[in-house]
Ligand binder design. Structure first.
Ligand SMILES: Nc1ncnc2c1ncn2[C@@H]1O[C@H](COP(=O)(O)OP(=O)(O)OP(=O)(O)O)[C@@H](O)[C@H]1O
Ligand SMILES: [Mg+2]
Length: 393
Protein backbone atom coordinates (compact mmCIF):
# COMPACT_ATOMS: atom_id res chain seq x y z
CA UNK A 1 0.00 0.00 0.00
CA UNK A 2 1.38 3.45 -0.98
CA UNK A 3 1.18 6.03 1.78
CA UNK A 4 0.24 9.57 0.83
CA UNK A 5 2.99 12.08 1.83
CA UNK A 6 0.85 13.46 4.64
CA UNK A 7 0.45 9.96 6.08
CA UNK A 8 4.18 9.22 6.38
CA UNK A 9 4.57 10.76 9.80
CA UNK A 10 2.40 9.50 12.58
CA UNK A 11 2.13 11.53 15.77
CA UNK A 12 0.20 10.83 18.96
CA UNK A 13 -2.44 13.28 17.71
CA UNK A 14 -2.66 11.25 14.48
CA UNK A 15 -2.92 8.07 16.51
CA UNK A 16 -5.79 9.48 18.56
CA UNK A 17 -7.71 10.69 15.54
CA UNK A 18 -7.12 7.40 13.66
CA UNK A 19 -8.29 5.43 16.66
CA UNK A 20 -11.45 7.54 16.92
CA UNK A 21 -12.33 7.33 13.22
CA UNK A 22 -11.50 3.60 13.00
CA UNK A 23 -13.67 2.80 16.03
CA UNK A 24 -16.56 4.84 14.62
CA UNK A 25 -16.31 3.04 11.27
CA UNK A 26 -16.07 -0.38 12.92
CA UNK A 27 -19.11 0.40 15.05
CA UNK A 28 -21.19 1.44 12.07
CA UNK A 29 -20.05 -1.62 10.05
CA UNK A 30 -20.94 -3.91 12.92
CA UNK A 31 -24.32 -2.28 13.37
CA UNK A 32 -25.07 -2.82 9.67
CA UNK A 33 -23.74 -6.40 9.72
CA UNK A 34 -25.77 -7.27 12.77
CA UNK A 35 -29.08 -5.81 11.63
CA UNK A 36 -31.95 -6.36 11.90
CA UNK A 37 -32.22 -6.30 15.68
CA UNK A 38 -33.53 -8.26 17.44
CA UNK A 39 -32.86 -11.02 14.94
CA UNK A 40 -35.22 -13.51 16.52
CA UNK A 41 -38.77 -13.16 17.68
CA UNK A 42 -40.71 -15.60 19.80
CA UNK A 43 -43.89 -17.02 18.23
CA UNK A 44 -47.37 -15.89 19.19
CA UNK A 45 -49.80 -18.29 20.88
CA UNK A 46 -53.43 -19.09 20.12
CA UNK A 47 -56.13 -19.05 22.80
CA UNK A 48 -56.15 -22.87 22.75
CA UNK A 49 -52.38 -23.04 23.33
CA UNK A 50 -52.68 -20.47 26.12
CA UNK A 51 -55.51 -22.44 27.74
CA UNK A 52 -53.48 -25.65 27.66
CA UNK A 53 -50.51 -23.95 29.32
CA UNK A 54 -52.76 -22.49 32.03
CA UNK A 55 -54.67 -25.74 32.55
CA UNK A 56 -58.06 -24.14 31.73
CA UNK A 57 -60.72 -24.75 29.08
CA UNK A 58 -60.15 -22.72 25.90
CA UNK A 59 -63.78 -21.55 26.11
CA UNK A 60 -62.82 -19.65 29.28
CA UNK A 61 -60.17 -17.56 27.50
CA UNK A 62 -62.44 -14.84 25.95
CA UNK A 63 -64.22 -14.26 29.26
CA UNK A 64 -60.98 -14.11 31.30
CA UNK A 65 -59.42 -11.81 28.68
CA UNK A 66 -62.41 -9.44 28.96
CA UNK A 67 -62.25 -9.16 32.76
CA UNK A 68 -59.55 -6.50 32.59
CA UNK A 69 -56.98 -7.97 34.97
CA UNK A 70 -55.12 -10.16 32.46
CA UNK A 71 -53.42 -9.26 29.15
CA UNK A 72 -56.00 -9.34 26.37
CA UNK A 73 -53.90 -10.42 23.37
CA UNK A 74 -54.90 -9.14 19.96
CA UNK A 75 -57.71 -10.31 17.71
CA UNK A 76 -56.43 -10.54 14.16
CA UNK A 77 -56.38 -12.46 10.91
CA UNK A 78 -59.20 -13.69 8.74
CA UNK A 79 -60.57 -16.01 11.40
CA UNK A 80 -60.59 -13.12 13.92
CA UNK A 81 -58.65 -15.30 16.29
CA UNK A 82 -57.12 -14.05 19.48
CA UNK A 83 -53.32 -14.27 19.68
CA UNK A 84 -51.09 -13.76 22.67
CA UNK A 85 -47.44 -12.77 22.90
CA UNK A 86 -44.99 -14.87 24.92
CA UNK A 87 -44.88 -12.15 27.60
CA UNK A 88 -48.69 -12.25 27.85
CA UNK A 89 -48.72 -16.04 27.98
CA UNK A 90 -46.19 -16.08 30.81
CA UNK A 91 -48.29 -13.59 32.73
CA UNK A 92 -51.42 -15.77 32.35
CA UNK A 93 -49.44 -18.87 33.37
CA UNK A 94 -48.03 -17.08 36.44
CA UNK A 95 -51.57 -16.06 37.49
CA UNK A 96 -53.62 -19.13 36.60
CA UNK A 97 -51.51 -22.28 36.39
CA UNK A 98 -51.69 -24.49 39.47
CA UNK A 99 -48.07 -25.65 39.30
CA UNK A 100 -46.24 -25.19 42.61
CA UNK A 101 -43.81 -22.29 42.59
CA UNK A 102 -40.22 -22.55 43.80
CA UNK A 103 -40.57 -22.51 47.57
CA UNK A 104 -39.59 -19.37 49.46
CA UNK A 105 -35.85 -19.50 50.11
CA UNK A 106 -35.23 -22.47 47.77
CA UNK A 107 -32.37 -22.02 45.32
CA UNK A 108 -32.39 -22.45 41.56
CA UNK A 109 -32.16 -26.07 40.45
CA UNK A 110 -29.14 -26.56 38.22
CA UNK A 111 -28.80 -29.12 35.45
CA UNK A 112 -25.80 -29.99 33.28
CA UNK A 113 -26.54 -31.42 29.84
CA UNK A 114 -23.62 -33.69 29.06
CA UNK A 115 -22.22 -36.21 26.61
CA UNK A 116 -18.89 -36.85 24.95
CA UNK A 117 -19.87 -37.14 21.38
CA UNK A 118 -20.26 -34.12 19.13
CA UNK A 119 -23.73 -33.77 17.68
CA UNK A 120 -25.47 -35.88 20.33
CA UNK A 121 -28.21 -33.18 20.59
CA UNK A 122 -26.94 -31.57 23.82
CA UNK A 123 -27.60 -28.00 22.64
CA UNK A 124 -30.96 -28.81 21.06
CA UNK A 125 -32.02 -30.56 24.28
CA UNK A 126 -30.72 -27.72 26.47
CA UNK A 127 -32.48 -25.02 24.50
CA UNK A 128 -35.82 -26.76 24.15
CA UNK A 129 -35.78 -27.67 27.83
CA UNK A 130 -35.01 -24.06 28.75
CA UNK A 131 -37.80 -22.69 26.56
CA UNK A 132 -40.28 -25.34 27.70
CA UNK A 133 -39.59 -24.59 31.37
CA UNK A 134 -40.29 -20.89 30.83
CA UNK A 135 -43.70 -21.86 29.44
CA UNK A 136 -44.43 -23.62 32.74
CA UNK A 137 -43.75 -20.29 34.42
CA UNK A 138 -40.14 -20.92 35.44
CA UNK A 139 -37.42 -18.30 35.17
CA UNK A 140 -34.43 -19.91 33.48
CA UNK A 141 -30.76 -19.06 33.06
CA UNK A 142 -28.94 -20.85 30.26
CA UNK A 143 -25.15 -20.92 30.65
CA UNK A 144 -23.30 -21.67 27.43
CA UNK A 145 -20.02 -23.41 28.27
CA UNK A 146 -19.14 -24.49 24.74
CA UNK A 147 -16.66 -22.19 22.93
CA UNK A 148 -18.57 -23.03 19.72
CA UNK A 149 -21.40 -20.92 21.17
CA UNK A 150 -24.19 -22.96 19.57
CA UNK A 151 -26.72 -22.23 22.33
CA UNK A 152 -25.72 -18.56 22.11
CA UNK A 153 -26.38 -18.68 18.35
CA UNK A 154 -29.86 -20.07 19.03
CA UNK A 155 -30.69 -16.83 20.87
CA UNK A 156 -29.94 -14.93 17.64
CA UNK A 157 -26.50 -13.66 18.63
CA UNK A 158 -23.32 -14.09 16.62
CA UNK A 159 -20.77 -15.46 19.12
CA UNK A 160 -17.60 -14.51 17.21
CA UNK A 161 -18.77 -10.99 16.34
CA UNK A 162 -20.89 -9.98 19.29
CA UNK A 163 -19.70 -11.85 22.35
CA UNK A 164 -16.67 -10.40 24.09
CA UNK A 165 -14.47 -12.40 26.41
CA UNK A 166 -15.82 -10.52 29.42
CA UNK A 167 -19.40 -11.54 28.50
CA UNK A 168 -18.60 -15.23 29.07
CA UNK A 169 -17.79 -17.34 32.14
CA UNK A 170 -14.09 -17.20 31.04
CA UNK A 171 -12.96 -14.46 33.45
CA UNK A 172 -13.87 -16.51 36.53
CA UNK A 173 -10.98 -18.81 35.60
CA UNK A 174 -8.36 -16.18 34.82
CA UNK A 175 -5.47 -15.58 37.20
CA UNK A 176 -4.91 -14.03 39.60
CA UNK A 177 -7.97 -15.70 41.03
CA UNK A 178 -8.20 -13.42 44.03
CA UNK A 179 -8.75 -10.46 41.69
CA UNK A 180 -11.03 -12.30 39.25
CA UNK A 181 -14.75 -11.53 39.38
CA UNK A 182 -16.26 -14.33 41.44
CA UNK A 183 -19.84 -13.28 40.89
CA UNK A 184 -21.18 -14.32 37.49
CA UNK A 185 -23.91 -11.68 37.54
CA UNK A 186 -21.59 -9.57 35.36
CA UNK A 187 -22.23 -11.91 32.41
CA UNK A 188 -26.02 -12.32 32.41
CA UNK A 189 -27.96 -11.05 29.38
CA UNK A 190 -31.64 -11.06 28.62
CA UNK A 191 -32.69 -12.75 25.36
CA UNK A 192 -35.48 -12.49 22.79
CA UNK A 193 -37.36 -15.12 24.85
CA UNK A 194 -39.13 -13.78 27.95
CA UNK A 195 -38.06 -15.66 31.07
CA UNK A 196 -34.86 -17.00 29.48
CA UNK A 197 -31.58 -15.26 30.31
CA UNK A 198 -28.21 -16.24 28.91
CA UNK A 199 -24.55 -16.26 29.80
CA UNK A 200 -23.15 -16.52 26.30
CA UNK A 201 -20.09 -18.30 24.92
CA UNK A 202 -17.65 -17.44 22.17
CA UNK A 203 -14.38 -18.87 20.85
CA UNK A 204 -12.30 -16.99 23.49
CA UNK A 205 -13.94 -19.15 26.13
CA UNK A 206 -11.35 -21.71 25.12
CA UNK A 207 -8.91 -19.72 27.30
CA UNK A 208 -10.66 -21.24 30.31
CA UNK A 209 -9.38 -24.64 29.17
CA UNK A 210 -5.85 -23.21 29.32
CA UNK A 211 -6.13 -21.66 32.79
CA UNK A 212 -8.09 -24.42 34.53
CA UNK A 213 -5.39 -27.10 34.01
CA UNK A 214 -2.82 -24.63 35.38
CA UNK A 215 -4.99 -24.09 38.48
CA UNK A 216 -5.41 -27.84 38.84
CA UNK A 217 -1.72 -28.07 39.80
CA UNK A 218 -2.16 -25.59 42.66
CA UNK A 219 -3.26 -27.41 45.83
CA UNK A 220 -4.79 -24.21 47.20
CA UNK A 221 -7.19 -23.72 44.29
CA UNK A 222 -10.47 -25.62 44.07
CA UNK A 223 -10.46 -25.48 40.27
CA UNK A 224 -13.50 -27.74 39.98
CA UNK A 225 -15.71 -25.40 42.04
CA UNK A 226 -14.98 -22.04 40.41
CA UNK A 227 -18.25 -22.10 38.45
CA UNK A 228 -20.25 -23.36 41.42
CA UNK A 229 -18.96 -20.46 43.54
CA UNK A 230 -19.43 -17.84 40.82
CA UNK A 231 -22.99 -18.91 40.03
CA UNK A 232 -24.05 -18.98 43.69
CA UNK A 233 -25.34 -15.36 43.80
CA UNK A 234 -27.59 -16.15 40.80
CA UNK A 235 -29.32 -19.07 42.46
CA UNK A 236 -31.72 -16.74 44.25
CA UNK A 237 -32.78 -15.07 40.99
CA UNK A 238 -33.73 -18.13 38.89
CA UNK A 239 -35.83 -21.25 39.18
CA UNK A 240 -33.61 -23.32 36.90
CA UNK A 241 -30.03 -22.93 35.64
CA UNK A 242 -29.02 -25.12 32.69
CA UNK A 243 -25.45 -25.63 31.51
CA UNK A 244 -24.83 -26.53 27.87
CA UNK A 245 -21.43 -28.20 27.66
CA UNK A 246 -18.88 -28.85 24.91
CA UNK A 247 -18.55 -32.36 23.47
CA UNK A 248 -15.81 -33.42 25.92
CA UNK A 249 -15.30 -33.87 29.62
CA UNK A 250 -13.54 -30.51 29.52
CA UNK A 251 -12.43 -28.69 32.66
CA UNK A 252 -15.45 -26.43 32.22
CA UNK A 253 -17.73 -29.47 31.88
CA UNK A 254 -16.35 -30.83 35.18
CA UNK A 255 -17.14 -27.42 36.72
CA UNK A 256 -20.68 -27.66 35.29
CA UNK A 257 -21.17 -31.14 36.72
CA UNK A 258 -19.97 -30.01 40.15
CA UNK A 259 -22.25 -26.95 40.00
CA UNK A 260 -25.28 -29.10 39.08
CA UNK A 261 -27.99 -30.76 41.13
CA UNK A 262 -29.05 -32.92 38.20
CA UNK A 263 -27.44 -34.43 35.11
CA UNK A 264 -29.17 -34.97 31.77
CA UNK A 265 -27.53 -37.00 29.03
CA UNK A 266 -29.21 -37.08 25.61
CA UNK A 267 -28.19 -40.12 23.55
CA UNK A 268 -29.29 -40.68 19.96
CA UNK A 269 -29.61 -44.47 19.51
CA UNK A 270 -26.59 -44.84 17.28
CA UNK A 271 -23.75 -47.19 18.20
CA UNK A 272 -21.08 -44.46 18.26
CA UNK A 273 -23.23 -42.19 20.43
CA UNK A 274 -23.92 -45.11 22.73
CA UNK A 275 -20.20 -46.01 23.02
CA UNK A 276 -19.35 -42.35 23.71
CA UNK A 277 -21.92 -42.17 26.47
CA UNK A 278 -20.29 -45.13 28.22
CA UNK A 279 -16.85 -43.51 27.82
CA UNK A 280 -18.24 -40.31 29.36
CA UNK A 281 -19.35 -42.06 32.57
CA UNK A 282 -16.04 -43.91 32.80
CA UNK A 283 -14.05 -40.68 32.58
CA UNK A 284 -16.42 -38.79 34.88
CA UNK A 285 -16.19 -41.50 37.52
CA UNK A 286 -12.38 -41.47 37.26
CA UNK A 287 -12.27 -37.69 37.53
CA UNK A 288 -14.72 -37.38 40.44
CA UNK A 289 -13.19 -40.48 42.11
CA UNK A 290 -9.74 -38.91 41.94
CA UNK A 291 -11.07 -35.58 43.31
CA UNK A 292 -12.72 -37.50 46.14
CA UNK A 293 -9.55 -39.42 47.04
CA UNK A 294 -7.05 -36.59 46.62
CA UNK A 295 -9.05 -33.43 47.28
CA UNK A 296 -11.72 -34.92 49.57
CA UNK A 297 -14.75 -33.62 47.67
CA UNK A 298 -18.21 -35.12 48.13
CA UNK A 299 -20.91 -34.83 45.49
CA UNK A 300 -24.43 -36.25 45.36
CA UNK A 301 -26.76 -35.56 42.47
CA UNK A 302 -30.47 -35.14 43.05
CA UNK A 303 -31.11 -36.91 39.76
CA UNK A 304 -29.50 -38.31 36.64
CA UNK A 305 -31.57 -38.86 33.50
CA UNK A 306 -30.83 -40.33 30.10
CA UNK A 307 -32.89 -39.06 27.18
CA UNK A 308 -33.31 -41.11 24.02
CA UNK A 309 -33.01 -38.45 21.41
CA UNK A 310 -33.29 -38.13 17.61
CA UNK A 311 -34.88 -41.59 17.60
CA UNK A 312 -35.63 -43.01 14.17
CA UNK A 313 -38.51 -45.41 14.72
CA UNK A 314 -38.11 -46.85 11.21
CA UNK A 315 -34.46 -47.88 11.60
CA UNK A 316 -33.68 -51.43 12.71
CA UNK A 317 -30.20 -50.56 14.00
CA UNK A 318 -31.65 -47.69 15.98
CA UNK A 319 -34.08 -50.07 17.67
CA UNK A 320 -31.22 -52.41 18.57
CA UNK A 321 -29.07 -49.64 20.06
CA UNK A 322 -32.10 -48.28 21.91
CA UNK A 323 -32.38 -51.66 23.58
CA UNK A 324 -28.67 -51.52 24.62
CA UNK A 325 -29.22 -48.04 26.07
CA UNK A 326 -32.23 -49.20 28.08
CA UNK A 327 -30.30 -52.28 29.32
CA UNK A 328 -27.32 -50.11 30.30
CA UNK A 329 -29.08 -47.17 31.91
CA UNK A 330 -32.29 -48.90 33.05
CA UNK A 331 -34.13 -46.75 35.60
CA UNK A 332 -32.31 -43.60 34.58
CA UNK A 333 -33.85 -43.58 31.09
CA UNK A 334 -36.72 -41.12 30.72
CA UNK A 335 -39.94 -42.67 29.48
CA UNK A 336 -40.33 -40.03 26.81
CA UNK A 337 -38.13 -40.04 23.73
CA UNK A 338 -37.49 -37.35 21.13
CA UNK A 339 -38.19 -38.56 17.59
CA UNK A 340 -35.90 -37.80 14.70
CA UNK A 341 -37.82 -35.10 12.95
CA UNK A 342 -37.58 -32.88 9.95
CA UNK A 343 -39.02 -30.10 12.07
CA UNK A 344 -35.87 -30.03 14.16
CA UNK A 345 -33.72 -29.97 11.02
CA UNK A 346 -35.67 -27.08 9.55
CA UNK A 347 -35.45 -25.27 12.85
CA UNK A 348 -31.69 -25.71 12.89
CA UNK A 349 -31.27 -24.15 9.46
CA UNK A 350 -33.14 -21.08 10.66
CA UNK A 351 -31.27 -21.10 13.97
CA UNK A 352 -34.46 -22.03 15.69
CA UNK A 353 -36.01 -24.79 17.76
CA UNK A 354 -39.33 -26.60 17.92
CA UNK A 355 -40.57 -24.01 20.46
CA UNK A 356 -39.61 -21.13 18.15
CA UNK A 357 -42.32 -22.03 15.67
CA UNK A 358 -45.98 -22.30 16.51
CA UNK A 359 -46.84 -24.42 13.52
CA UNK A 360 -44.94 -26.30 10.86
CA UNK A 361 -45.44 -25.64 7.16
CA UNK A 362 -45.29 -29.41 6.57
CA UNK A 363 -47.66 -31.83 8.30
CA UNK A 364 -49.23 -30.60 11.54
CA UNK A 365 -48.97 -34.15 12.90
CA UNK A 366 -45.17 -34.18 12.42
CA UNK A 367 -44.92 -30.96 14.40
CA UNK A 368 -47.22 -31.96 17.23
CA UNK A 369 -45.40 -35.29 17.62
CA UNK A 370 -42.03 -33.68 18.39
CA UNK A 371 -43.55 -30.79 20.32
CA UNK A 372 -45.50 -33.21 22.52
CA UNK A 373 -42.31 -35.19 23.11
CA UNK A 374 -40.47 -32.06 24.26
CA UNK A 375 -43.43 -31.04 26.43
CA UNK A 376 -43.29 -34.42 28.17
CA UNK A 377 -39.51 -34.10 28.64
CA UNK A 378 -39.98 -30.65 30.16
CA UNK A 379 -42.76 -31.93 32.44
CA UNK A 380 -40.66 -34.91 33.61
CA UNK A 381 -37.63 -32.74 34.37
CA UNK A 382 -39.82 -30.19 36.17
CA UNK A 383 -41.31 -33.01 38.26
CA UNK A 384 -37.79 -34.19 39.17
CA UNK A 385 -36.82 -30.65 40.14
CA UNK A 386 -39.91 -30.20 42.33
CA UNK A 387 -39.63 -33.59 44.03
CA UNK A 388 -35.87 -34.15 44.30
CA UNK A 389 -34.50 -30.61 44.65
CA UNK A 390 -37.25 -28.44 46.10
CA UNK A 391 -38.76 -31.22 48.23
CA UNK A 392 -42.32 -30.61 46.95
CA UNK A 393 -44.74 -33.50 46.94
N1 LIG B 1 -34.99 -34.64 16.96
C1 LIG B 1 -34.14 -34.30 16.00
N2 LIG B 1 -34.36 -34.69 14.73
C2 LIG B 1 -33.51 -34.36 13.74
N3 LIG B 1 -32.39 -33.64 13.91
C3 LIG B 1 -32.10 -33.23 15.17
C4 LIG B 1 -32.95 -33.54 16.28
N4 LIG B 1 -32.40 -33.00 17.39
C5 LIG B 1 -31.27 -32.38 17.01
N5 LIG B 1 -31.07 -32.51 15.67
C6 LIG B 1 -29.94 -32.00 14.88
O1 LIG B 1 -28.76 -32.72 15.27
C7 LIG B 1 -27.62 -31.87 15.13
C8 LIG B 1 -26.78 -31.91 16.39
O2 LIG B 1 -27.53 -31.36 17.44
P1 LIG B 1 -26.88 -30.43 18.55
O3 LIG B 1 -26.13 -29.30 17.96
O4 LIG B 1 -27.96 -30.12 19.53
O5 LIG B 1 -25.84 -31.46 19.20
P2 LIG B 1 -24.70 -31.15 20.25
O6 LIG B 1 -24.53 -32.40 21.05
O7 LIG B 1 -24.99 -29.92 21.01
O8 LIG B 1 -23.45 -30.90 19.31
P3 LIG B 1 -21.98 -30.41 19.80
O9 LIG B 1 -21.36 -31.61 20.39
O10 LIG B 1 -21.32 -29.93 18.56
O11 LIG B 1 -22.20 -29.34 20.82
C9 LIG B 1 -28.15 -30.48 14.80
O12 LIG B 1 -28.02 -30.26 13.42
C10 LIG B 1 -29.62 -30.55 15.20
O13 LIG B 1 -30.44 -29.68 14.45
MG1 LIG C 1 -23.76 -28.27 21.39
Amino acid sequence: MQLSPSAQRFSIDDLESLSESASALLDSLRTKMLEPHPRKKPPTFTGAQLAELCGIESTQVPYLASRGDLPTGVVEGRGKRRHFTLVEVREWVARLAKRPKRPEGARAASIAVVNFKGGSTKTTTTFNLAQGLTLLGRKVLLVDLDPQGSATTLTGMLPAAEVLEEHTVGPITYPPLSAAPKDLRYAVQTTYWDGLDLIPAAPHLFNAEIFLPIHSRDPDIHWWALLDKAIEPLRADYDVIIFDTAPALSYLAVNAVIASDGLLMPIPPDNLDYASSVAFWTLLSETLGSLKRHRHIEKDFAFMRVLLSRVDATSVSSTIVKDWIIRTYGPYVLTTEIPRSQVSGVGAVQFGTVFDISKYEGAAKTYSKIRDAYNTLVEQIDQSIMASIWGLK
